[in-house]
Design a protein around this ligand. Structure first.
Ligand code: WT7
Length: 637
C-alpha cells in the first residue's frame, strides 16, 4: 500500500468523535495494556449497572478466565431498565418487515414486552441455568425472547432461521434444551420459511424438550402438539408486564452460539454475562462512535454473532436506536437498503463485504436515487474487504465523508478485536488497522515466535479480554486444544495475518479447514459428512473456491459408488441434500465428480491440492506425500 491510499479522518469527524485523535487512542491502548485491572475496573463501574461489585477484575487460570468474579449484574437490566428514566420514550428498535410493514418500539415498550415474555417463561417453570433454543425470523420478538431469557438467567442459543431441521436437532440435543421458541414461519423474498414444520421434524428425536412456544407471523397452517406447543400470544395474554431482573453472577452463562470448526461437529461457543457486556458496550462507543441521537443499523442477522453483539445487546446496552430489517436487499428492488437509510435517517451502517459487492454489482443508480446524507460512519465485518468494494462503499455510499471501520473479530471473541477508531486512526483500505484497547494480538510463525514486519504468520492473542469465550459447551478439552495449544500461552485465532511497517494489521484469511462464504463460517468437514451420508456418494472433499461476490464458494469433489449415474441430476440432488442436512446457505455452488481424490500414502485427502486446482487450475505446491499423481492431473483437466 502506498501512502496515497491512506485516509486520515476529516477534521469534522475528529472534532465530534468519542475517541478524538490518534493520541487519545494510544493513551487508551497503553492504559489498558499496562494496568488492565484498573482500566477495566473503572470502565465497568462507570459504564454498567451492577447489583453487587466484584472481588477482582479478572482471574486468569489459563486457558480459563473469570471477569468480575463475585459481582452481580443482569444483561436485560443493562439493556432496558437502566434506560427507562432517561430514554423511556426513545426508540429502542425500529423494525421493518420485508412486505413493508413497520414497528417502532420505545425502551418503555420493549421493557414491557420483555417483562411479559419473561413472566411467560417463569410461569412455565423455567429458571436460571435452563437452556432454551430460539429459532425465529428477524422480528422484534427475537430480541424480546433473548432479553427475556437473560432477565431470568435462562441460557439461550439462537439458531439462524436458515438452518435446517437436522442442524436444529443437533443443537437442541447438544445444548440439552428443554424449551424451544419459534414461529409458524418467516418471509424471505416473498416466500415462507416454514420454521415450525422444521422444528417439528427436529423435535421427533429430542425427547428432552417440554415446551415449544410459537409466535404467529405468517398465519399458515401448522400442527400444534397438545401439551407441548403453545401460542406466544395466548400465554402472553395471561401474565403481567412487570418482572424483576434477576441479579446474576458476572460469570453466569449468557448464551451459547454454535459455529463451525474443523471437524464435522459444530462447537457451542459459550459467552457469559459481565465481561461480554463490557466488551460490547465499549466497542459500541469506541468504534461505532455512538451519540445519543444516533440511528444505528447493523444489516446482519441476529442468528450470527454479529447480530447478538451489534444488533441486540451492544446497541441496547448503550441506549441507541437499533434498526432491524427482516428481508433481502433486493426485495422489491436493489435500492431497498438505501430506502431504509433515507427513511429512518440512519447515521451508522454496518455490513459485510459480500453485501457491498452484491450492491456494487447492481450499479450506482440505486443508491443515487436516495438521500444518504444522514450517514456519518460505515462499517464492514466478516471477511477481508477488497479495495474495489472499499472504494465503492467509501465514495458512492459514504460520499467520501464517512470513515469505514473494518472490524476483525470472531464468534469466539464476542466483541470487535482489531478495528480503527474512526476519529483517531488513518485508514488503509483492506486493513483492520489496530487492536482495540485490552487486546494484544501478535503475528507468529510455526514456532510461536513473532515474525517481522510484512511477514505472514498466524494471528494469535496474548491476553484474555472481557468478552472472550469461556469454553466450548460440554467440551472444555476441545476448547483447550483448539484455541490454546497451537501456540503455547496464546489464543489461536485460526487466521493468518501480517503487520506492515506502520504496525497495521492485514487479515489474510483462515489457515484451517474453515471456509468463509458470504461472511458465514462453514466447515469443509461438516459439508463433507453431510455429503457422504448420501447413498450414492463414496467420498467427498470440500474446498472454498474464490468467488467474486461471496468471497468463497463451496466446491465439492465427489467420488461415487458403483452403478450408472446421471451426473446433472445427482448434482442437483446433492445440493438439496446439503440444504436438508445443514441449510440452504451451505449448498455447494459447484460439484465435480471425480474418479479418485488426491490422497497421502496414509489415505488422508489432500484438500490443499484441491484448493490449488479450483484457485489456479494447476498444482505447484509440494506433492511428495501424494500417493498417485495421475489423480491430480486428471482433476486439473
Ligand atoms: C472469521 C470469524 C465476527 C463476525 C462475523 C464472522 C473472518 C471476520 C473480518 C475482517 C477479515 C474477517 C476471519 C475470522 N473475519 N471479520 N474484518 N477482516 N476477516 O464471525 O463466523 O465467527 O467468523 O471471519 O476469518 O476468523 P465468524
Amino acid at each position: 500500500m502506498s501512502d496515497s491510499s491512506v485516509y486520515p479522518p476529516s477534521e469534522d469527524f475528529v472534532r465530534q468523535a468519542n475517541v478524538s485523535g490518534i493520541d487519545a487512542y494510544r493513551d487508551l491502548y497503553e492504559r489498558a495494556k499496562n494496568e488492565p485491572e484498573k482500566f477495566w475496573g473503572e470502565l465497568a463501574e462507570k459504564e454498567l449497572f451492577w447489583f453487587e461489585k466484584w472481588n477482582h477484575v479478572f482471574e486468569w487460570d489459563p486457558p480459563f478466565v473469570k471477569w468480575f468474579p463475585g459481582a452481580k449484574t443482569n444483561m436485560s437490566y443493562n439493556c432496558l431498565d437502566r434506560h427507562l428514566e432517561k430514554r423511556g420514550n426513545k426508540y429502542a428498535i425500529i423494525w421493518e418487515g420485508e412486505p413493508g410493514d413497520e414497528r417502532k418500539i420505545t425502551y418503555t415498550g420493549l421493557h414491557r414486552l420483555v417483562c411479559r415474555f419473561a413472566n411467560v417463561l417463569k410461569e412455565r417453570g423455567y429458571k436460571a441455568g435452563d437452556r432454551a433454543i430460539i429459532y425465529m425470523p428477524m422480528l422484534p420478538e427475537l430480541p424480546v425472547a433473548m432479553l427475556a431469557c437473560t432477565r431470568l438467567g435462562i441460557i439461550h442459543s439462537v439458531v439462524f432461521a436458515g438452518f435446517s431441521s437436522e442442524a436444529l436437532k443437533a443443537r437442541v440435543q447438544d445444548l440439552g434444551a428443554t424449551l424451544v421458541i419459534t414461529a409458524d414461519g418467516g418471509w424471505r423474498r416473498g416466500k415462507e420459511v416454514r420454521l415450525k414444520k422444521a422444528a417439528d421434524e427436529a423435535l421427533e428425536e429430542c425427547p428432552g424438550v417440554k415446551d415449544v412456544i410459537v409466535l404467529k407471523r405468517t398465519g399458515s397452517q401448522i400442527e400444534m402438539k397438545p401439551g407441548r406447543d403453545h401460542w406466544w400470544h395466548e400465554l402472553e395474554a395471561e401474565v403481567s408486564d412487570q418482572c424483576e431482573a434477576l441479579p446474576l453472577d458476572a460469570e453466569h452463562p449468557l448464551f451459547v452460539l454454535y459455529t463451525s470448526g474443523t471437524t464435522g461437529k459444530p462447537k457451542g461457543i459459550l459467552h457469559t454475562t459481565g465481561g461480554y457486556l463490557l466488551g460490547i458496550t465499549m466497542t459500541m462507543k469506541w468504534i461505532f462512535d455512538i451519540k445519543e441521537e444516533d440511528v444505528y443499523w447493523c444489516a446482519a442477522d441476529v442468528g450470527w454473532i454479529t447480530g447478538h453483539s451489534y444488533i441486540v445487546y451492544g446497541p441496547l446496552s448503550v441506549g441507541t436506536t437499533t434498526v432491524m430489517y427482516e428481508g433481502a436487499p433486493d426485495t422489491p428492488a436493489w435500492d431497498r437498503w438505501w430506502r431504509i437509510v433515507e427513511k429512518y435517517k440512519v447515521n451508522i451502517l454496518y455490513t459485510s463485504p459480500t453485501a457491498i459487492r452484491a450492491l456494487l454489482r447492481h450499479g450506482d443508480e440505486w443508491p443515487n436515487q436516495h438521500d444518504l446524507s444522514s450517514l456519518r460512519l460505515l462499517g464492514s465485518v466478516g471477511e477481508p474487504i477488497n479495495p474495489a468494494a472499499w472504494e465503492w462503499y467509501y465514495q458512492v455510499i459514504g460520499k467520501k465523508r464517512c470513515p469505514i471501520v473494518d472490524t476483525w473479530w470472531q464468534t469466539e471473541t464476542g466483541s470487535i478485536m482489531i478495528s480503527p477508531m474512526p476519529g483517531a486512526v488513518p485508514l488503509k483500505p483492506g486493513s483492520a488497522t489496530f487492536p482495540v484497547p485490552g487486546v494484544l494480538p501478535e503475528v507468529v510463525g510455526f514456532d510461536g515466535k513473532p515474525v517481522g514486519p510484512n511477514q505472514e504468520g498466524y494471528l494469535v492473542i496474548r491476553r484474555p479480554w472481557p468478552a472472550m469465550m469461556r469454553t466450548i459447551w460440554g467440551d472444555p478439552k476441545r476448547y483447550e486444544e483448539q484455541y490454546w495449544s497451537r501456540v503455547p500461552g496464546a489464543y489461536f485465532t485460526g487466521d493468518a495475518a501480517r503487520r506492515d511497517e506502520d504496525g497495521y494489521f492485514w487479515i489474510l484469511g483462515r489457515v484451517d479447514d474453515v471456509m468463509n462464504v458470504s461472511g458465514h463460517r462453514l466447515s469443509t468437514m461438516e459439508i463433507e459428512s453431510a455429503l457422504v451420508k448420501h447413498p450414492a456418494v463414496a467420498e467427498a472433499a470440500v474446498v472454498g473456491k474464490p468467488d467474486e461476490i461471496t468471497g468463497q464458494a463451496v466446491c465439492a469433489f465427489i467420488t461415487l459408488k458403483g452403478g450408472d449415474h446421471d451426473h446433472e441430476k445427482l448434482a442437483e440432488e446433492l445440493r438439496e441434500w446439503v440444504s436438508h442436512e445443514i441449510g440452504k446457505f451451505a449448498r455447494p455452488k459447484e460439484i465435480r465428480f471425480a474418479e479418485a481424490l488426491p490422497k497421502t500414502r496414509s489415505g488422508k485427502i489432500m484438500r490443499r491440492l484441491l484448493r490449488e486446482i479450483v484457485t489456479t487450475k494447476e498444482v505447484t505446491g509440494d506433492v511428495t506425500t501424494l500417493e498417485d499423481f495421475s489423480v491430480v492431473s486428471k482433476l486439473a483437466k
